[in-house]
Design a protein around this ligand. Structure first.
Ligand code: ATP
Length: 237
């Protein structure tokens, strides 16, 4: 299994608060890896550091063998690391189609953009039906789909998903997890941050559990689901 991302001793501070305290983890190409933990554990902070939106105070991030720790966010996107932000951050006064086009903004191969749009519409037929509507009129679940679709328009090699199921109705949560699996089956590597620990570990090959800025457990998704410590702390066992 080839490694696509390696993180060594990653630390991130907000002023004098160290929110992430020296993480080591790796992602294998083509797999879903879950990063799970409670509210405030440091999951979003970790993703923001991988995207270059927060600068680490220490440590090293290697993507496909290249040190990307000090690169600017747009340079990281150009290398194929694309984040879907928590809270979706879609542009509500633009149409669905315009939001999707924006995702392709940094792409050098403009010729491939139309194909990607077709792929996104195939994955999310609902977005195709609503292409001309303002994004602000979509339901929460549809907005999450749009945010994922927009990230896919950048043609990622690694997709970073921050709590895609947050705030959604149960049926929509199922649909989002199904979609994440489907995108992965098509070959994309995914780092999935979730508070919905059970669902995330079910679809993940590998998982890491983070508590107060440190990784406390790492194992296959399957083993973590069966781990009594995980059961007790996160699965209501
Ligand atoms: P959540 O699910 O709530 O997003 P999380 O695991 O993603 O949780 P982070 O958002 O990464 O956690 O937060 C980690 C720690 O850093 C928390 O203690 C949080 O209060 C703190 N923190 C997050 N953002 C800031 C900020 N902008 N300034 C100061 N402290 C912050």
């Amino acid at each position: 299994m080839s490694e696509i991302l390696r993180v060594h001793d990653l630390a991130v501070r907000y002023g004098h608060i160290e929110a992430v305290k020296g993480l080591d983890f790796r992602l294998n190409e083509g797999e879903i890896t879950a990063l799970v933990g409670a509210n405030g554990a440091g999951k979003s902070t970790t993703l923001l550091a991988l995207s270059g939106l927060l600068k680490p105070s220490r440590g090293r991030i290697e993507f496909q063998g290249e040190d990307i720790t000090r690169l600017a966010p747009h340079q990281i996107v150009q290398r194929g690391v694309v984040q879907v932000a928590e809270g979706r951050a879609i542009l509500t006064t633009l149409t669905v189609a315009e939001n999707l086009q924006l995702g392709a903004y940094t792409r050098p191969d403009k010729a491939g953009v139309g194909d990607s749009l077709d792929e996104v519409y195939q994955l999310f037929p609902r977005l195709k039906d609503r292409a001309a509507q303002f994004a602000g009129n979509l339901s929460g679940g549809e907005q999450q789909m749009l945010a994922i679709g927009r990230a896919l328009m950048a043609k990622p090699r690694l997709l970073l998903l921050d709590e895609p199921s947050m705030g959604l109705a149960p049926l929509m949560v199922q649909e989002i997890f199904r979609t994440v699996s489907e995108i992965n089956r098509a070959g994309l590597t995914i780092l999935l941050v979730e508070q919905n620990v059970r669902q995330a570990l079910k679809i993940a090959r590998q998982g890491y559990v983070i508590e107060t800025g440190k990784i406390v457990l790492s194992d296959s998704g399957e083993n973590l689901l069966a781990n009594p410590k995980v059961e007790e702390a996160y699965l209501g066992g």
